[in-house]
Design a protein around this ligand. Structure first.
Ligand code: THU
Length: 129
């Protein structure tokens, strides 16, 4: 599965974003270890705090379809001049489902790539004894 295809899917997903408050339309595409792609856009709410980010929406789609997932690659598109990696809340949620490569791209040619564990060192883990 090519990074180019995931980028196309992420940008397409952003077209469906519901972002009447911020006007900031984000799209995400992820590839699961089982070889399927899922996409998501951000869904805002009048109460602001209930907004769902594109990344968490894509993860919910994947879980809904497959039950258990491991994320291999996650790509996020933001309508910005420079690439913007996922927000802190999304980092913790992505971490729950593996240590994927996370690509961020935008409206310029620059993009970046990080391993999830580098984006969120010392992530919260629920370890019970
Ligand atoms: N947003 C995302 O979809 N993903 C992120 O990682 C950061 C922010 C959305 C939330 C909100 O709808 C808009 O971008 C502005 O913050």
């Amino acid at each position: 599965m090519s990074e180019i295809q995931l980028k196309e899917e992420a940008k397409k997903a952003a077209l469906h974003a519901y972002a009447p408050y911020s006007k900031f339309k984000v799209g995400c595409a992820l590839l699961t270890k089982s070889g399927n792609i899922y996409t998501g856009c951000n869904v805002e709410n009048a109460s602001y705090g209930l907004t769902i980010c594109a990344e968490r929406n894509a993860i919910a789609q994947a879980i809904n379809a497959e039950g258990q997932i491991e994320i291999e690659t996650l790509v996020v598109y933001t309508p910005t001049p420079s690439p913007t990696p996922p927000c802190g809340a999304c980092r913790q949620v992505i971490h729950e489902f593996g240590n994927p490569e996370v690509f961020s791209f935008c409206n310029s040619k620059t993009s970046n790539k990080h391993k999830m564990n580098d984006l969120l060192p010392h992530a919260f883990n629920l370890k019970k004894d």
